[in-house]
Design a protein around this ligand. Sequence first.
Ligand code: NOJ
Length: 537
Amino acid sequence: MKTYHLHGTPNLKWWQTAVFYQIYPRSFQDSTGDGIGDLQGIINRLDYLVDLGVNAIWISPIFPSPMADFGYDVADYCDIHPMFGDLATFDRLLAEAHARSLKIILDFVPNHSSNQHPWFLESRTSRDNAKRDWYIWRDAKPDGSPPNNWISMFGGPAWTWDATTGQYYLHSFLPEQPDLNWRNPDVVDAMHNALRFWLQRGVDGFRVDAILCLIKHDSFQDNPPVEPGTYWEAWGHILEPRYTVNQPEMFEHVRLMRRVFDEFADRVHIGETSTEDVTGLLPYYGRPLDGYDIPFNFKLLHANWHAATVRQIIEDYYDILPAGGWPNFVFGNHDIHRFATRYGYQNHRSVAMLLLTLWGIPTLYYGDELGLEDVFIPLAQRVDPWGIKMPEADFGRDPERTPMQWDSSPNAGFTSGQPWLPVANDYQQRNVASQLADAHSTLNFYKTLIQLRRSRPALHNGAFTFVDGLGDDLLAYRREADGQRLLVCLNFGDQARTIDLSHLTSRAATLLSTHFTQQSGTTFMLQPHESILLQLG
Ligand code: NOJ
């Protein structure tokens, strides 16, 4: 049996015990009838989030943007898109959230701006413009082709020809998202000041986007072909991005950004990471811990839902954590199909049980608390540029971005207008209102689970021990603190299993089950795909 004692100090920071909740703002709540969610909509739903029990909200980009990548193409880092509201509405959101003890985390997109950002508009006017070097411009090869073979994360060349000045510019994502040149100190200063603008306003932290691409190898060499079966192949790449991602100087910039956060008290620095194996997370934590507080751990996103596989991923992560480093887990976000679809609907509550009882910060994705599944969007109705660019692959991100389902009124109570993406056609049955009224709903399951996590130190701060040998298809672990002993057991299989806990306790009792069963004693029966949280006597 392997026990992980928590490395942290007894004085945990607020984010170490928090439950994070990601809002995709276009899809959460529309207050104006334009079919797109907005900040006032979020304000109107803050009490829902308090009732759900989460502590911190991360909101995907809300800045002025032509929306080529739905906000991840920022045209002004220090303002709010009028579609979402304005700075006054944002300040109200912050005040209303803080009044409810909810933290607000924004999304920072440092690798690229919009091609409509004034910096880029200037940069492209002439080769000697003062902002020319704020982006990455290169000559064509003698035959007129791009400077090298680099491809965009969304497919197609990473270079776009600009006829005005006769050079190519680099974009790791869409042509509408030119990469900023972080080797230029003026860019670094401007971007750090953008962070300060919001941190001074009182935001509680940032999730930093696509940091892996921030610095490119200065040799500008071709990338090699991807090896079959590797991580990059799983993300749909044909080249291994050896010279375009995770360069050592990028980690230096993580550290420098971190120092900006440290100018303010109690802010959280979260990074969107991308690593082939779990050890790749170490430099994101920094040495010593001068990088991200929460380098997002996506290792379970592509896992097979098998007990042994999931156990191994968790163990490998806990094994490599740096001293004082705090773990975190992510099962879903706006870039990946919903886990109720990926792992099978029968497992969706078990995923929540795992996420909310592991040692590590959980980040929930809006709507997962209702058990939302992907919504099929026919090609003709797709709006996600990635989904449109790569229609042959199953990469479209619209299915996981559909409107939140609040009630059974038209458009699920999301908008009085025409929603920007279709609402799932099951919304009349599956929505917040109907699930609040059903004691055994997924929403009430989440509420109880989050409440248990928040109220029991064993769950958010307790030692973690795998309990092996209880049976096939099972994953079990104990969480213990202050004399409190809890046990979690997940049945990944489609057979019922009986577990004998007499070697661990003289009497245990169910605190919560995915199936709302109640048992006590030393033997417990788990139905297919059932997971249970037990109090050990
Ligand atoms: C990662 C974001 O999560 C994704 O939605 C976006 O398209 C890319 N970065 C580019 O900013």
